[in-house]
Design a protein around this ligand. Sequence first.
Ligand code: DHB
Length: 305
Amino acid sequence: MTPGRCPFSVASPIVLASGPAGFGTELAERTDLSAIGALTTKTVTPQPREGNPQPRLVDCPCGMINSIGLENPGFDVFVERCLPDVLSLPTRHIISVAAERPEELARMVGALSAIEGIDAIEINLSCPNVDAVVIGSDRALVGRFTEAARGATERPLLIKLPGDAGHVVASAEAALDAGADGLTLINSIRGLRIDHRVGRPMLHRETGGLSGPAILPIALARVFEARKAFPDALIVGTGGVTDLESAIEMMAAGADLVGVGYGMMANPQLPTQLARRLEAWLAERRLDSVKEVIGVAHRGGFDVP
Ligand code: DHB
């Protein structure tokens, strides 16, 4: 199927969000990736990164906060040693990259562009866990980074924006005006927990990225706002989707594809289960296509007796 504005066909609108699935190879041993729309790989950066010191993870009501710090082997090692295995996995492949300078981004995107089998490139402009400024919160920077990436590839380009910094429509407009094909909304939200016994932040780096059902309403609002402003943009809605109902909500808000991240950490089968449940629900509701669901909240909802 080709949901909404997705430029390639997918087995399902349910996709794996960048992060928890890593490069997908371990997950592939535990679940059937061919049932899932796409794998988005963990963000890689121009140079290797060790990530932030422990502790990096803390539980929250309805979610968790992580402070990984973009740990990754660096772009060149990724391309040489990891990417061939990624591309052999039986699903679509969205490769996530981040850089602190537009030239570095262009180098990575240009190199990816020359490799067969990459279906889209996601530019992570919204990591909450590094010292650099959150590029996605500044529309001028979003424009500059997107322009650099666009100049280096003709592959579908997704720009991943924050849900809690800046104005999503302003940043999204800058990305789309600079030639992005679509938006991934949203990244995790900067959050904090404090150990009440000692009165200190629980994570080494103090704040981290909150994910899970706690951020679902925030993600829905950003997707809804972006869809209202940009009827033709591809939107990947990500944030707190852990069941069929929240996946339907995300599509109804305007997402063409629905990213699952947090939910697959406890249950690696969740994305394939959601893909199957969505298909069964569409059949049960006698909906011919997911296009009838995507953005339905902007069209007065379903016809229900
Ligand atoms: C990290 C990056 C992200 O984009 C995110 O949402 C959460 C964590 C990280 O690697 O720290």
